[in-house]
Ligand binder design. Structure first.
Ligand code: ZN
Length: 495
């Protein structure tokens, strides 16, 4: 079929704002990894020009005209998916008034600075007026996009485009109902020896070993690099860089590198020939997180992986881990213990941190919870879900950066990602019964090839539900994830 000329023009026009977005990503990478502190103001200007130029190009009238013309055009399946996704993004982008976009950017950038100070002083009252303003602006934003919809659902769909909120809510409720009693049960069992988690290894030694592992599981260093930053992250397709940190001990740091490698391998596996279009973009945040969690939890926290890598790690970190047994190491890195801080949480309690934020932000955006009542609501929910109460707001409601950046509706995608990871891994194991014995031999290529084929190759061609159904035979659902966690931890804790 001859390519429709309007389609060809559309692709050309959406490519430039996409590339500007990736330039913005590289500026952020530089800011976190390389930039001298004195460059901050200059960088803020660079980032803001790049972002507003991208927004201007993407919301041009011409793109609207082309989308209209393409409504009735004869297109193939890939092209129809591109038009569907561009149309969706375009319609959302043009509905939000420029003045609101600018006001949000201004308030959020100030709020992040205030948040750092409020957290350092553990004083929520400093941050509260900014959070009130952000909540108000985000409600206006949601209303501009769809005045009839639940505003929180509109925000959630910034990250999970085609999924009804009710579906995510039901899944998270199931996970909550299963995990609260499971974690209580675990807390009554004797805890493993976790000394190994605190071994002291020089950063450069860890960096070399982390690179080795990332390369071994399939991260392509010819189109990426691994550096150190305060908060680990990954940049997007084309030149996919990852960062890690070595402040959490050698095992947690390695798991963090594996997590980011999972994100990065997804970006590296998107079909390059479609760069700049939705076909070479990640499916959704939940799908992105399913890739990092699969590698981190199902591969990196499991026995087969460590059967291969423990002796290699012991050699690299000698003499620190001498005499450490495989069972002790695996039990230590899978310890389940309620704690106050989300980013330090284990695989099981992590979800309760997410559910807490999800339940609170839904109430905030819905106007049923006032910002001034948030710290008390946070502490009450912490007690209800995890049985502990923060001593101060720095360790409670002020711990995450997300709300100061206006990221409402983002948190649930972390747990949705873990849930989808369990489904994908179960299906991969079914398709390849010798998968884990390959891991024991240090061969991770069939796992990556399976993900390439079933997830990466499709980009945003299918909505999350359909992508997961095509890969596993069923839509995103909680039962396999709950079964996985229950079996894993009852075996590790012996009940
Ligand atoms: Zn992640």
């Amino acid at each position: 079929m001859a390519t429709n000329k309007h389609y060809t023009e559309l692709i050309k026009r959406i490519r430039a704002p996409h590339i500007l977005g990736s330039v913005g990503g590289l500026l952020s990478w530089d800011q976190e990894v390389m930039m001298p502190a004195g460059g901050a103001d200059h960088r803020a200007e660079q980032s803001s020009v790049v972002a507003s130029l991208g927004h201007e190009l993407f919301t041009s009238k011409r793109i609207g005209t082309l989308l209209k013309k393409l409504e009735t055009a004869v297109l193939d399946e890939d092209q129809r998916a591109v038009v569907r996704e561009v149309k969706r993004d375009y319609e959302r982008a043009v509905k939000v008034p420029q003045s609101l976009v600018e006001e949000l950017a201004r308030v959020e950038s100030k709020a992040q600075v205030v948040w750092i100070d409020a957290k350092a002083k553990s004083d929520f009252s400093l941050f509260a007026p900014y959070l009130e303003r952000i909540v108000d602006l985000k409600r206006q934003y949601a209303k501009a996009i769809d005045p009839a919809a639940d505003p929180y659902e509109v925000l959630f769909q910034d990250y999970e485009a085609h999924m009804p909120l009710a579906q995510a809510s039901a899944n998270l409720r199931d996970i909550r109902d299963a995990l609260v009693p499971l974690i209580k049960r675990i807390s009554m069992m004797p805890q493993p020896d976790t000394k190994v988690l605190r071994a002291d290894i020089p950063d450069d030694v860890q960096l070399a070993f982390n690179k080795k592992v990332a390369g071994a599981i399939g991260y392509d260093f010819s189109k990426g690099r691994l550096d150190i930053s305060a908060h680990p992250f990954t940049t997007d397709a084309g030149d996919v860089r990852i960062t890690t940190r070595f402040t959490d001990g050698p095992v947690k740091s390695l798991l963090s590198t594996i997590h980011e490698s999972g994100h990065a391998m997804y970006e590296q596996g998107l079909p390059e020939e479609h760069y700049g279009t939705p076909l070479c973009s990640a499916g959704s945040l939940s799908i992105h997180e399913s890739q990092s969690r699969l590698w981190e939890n199902h591969v990196g926290r499991a026995r087969p992986f460590w059967k291969h890598f423990l002796p290699i790690m012991q050699k690299a970190y000698a003499p620190a881990l001498a005499g450490l047994g495989l069972d002790t190491a695996v039990r230590a890195m899978n310890v389940v213990k309620p704690g106050l801080i989300r980013v330090n949480a284990d695989e099981a309690t992590y979800n309760l941190h997410i559910i807490l934020r999800f339940e609170l932000e839904k109430e905030l955006i819905g106007g049923r919870l006032a910002v001034r009542d948030l710290p008390a609501a946070w502490n009450a929910k912490m007690q209800e879900l995890l049985g502990i109460t923060p001593a101060d707001d720095a360790q409670g409601v002020l711990q995450d950066v997300h709300w100061s950046c206006g990221l409402f509706g983002y948190f649930p995608t972390y747990s949705m990602g873990s849930m989808i990871a369990a489904q994908l891994y179960a299906k991969a194991k079914k398709d390849m019964p010798d998968l884990e014995s390959r891991f024991e031999r240090g061969d991770f290529s069939s796992m990556l090839a399976w993900l390439r084929r079933n997830i990466h190759a499709h980009g945003r061609k299918y909505p999350t539900d359909e992508l997961v159904r095509r890969a596993t035979g069923s839509e995103p659902r909680s039962d396999e994830y709950i079964a996985y966690l229950t079996e894993k931890f009852s075996a590790l804790y012996g009940f």
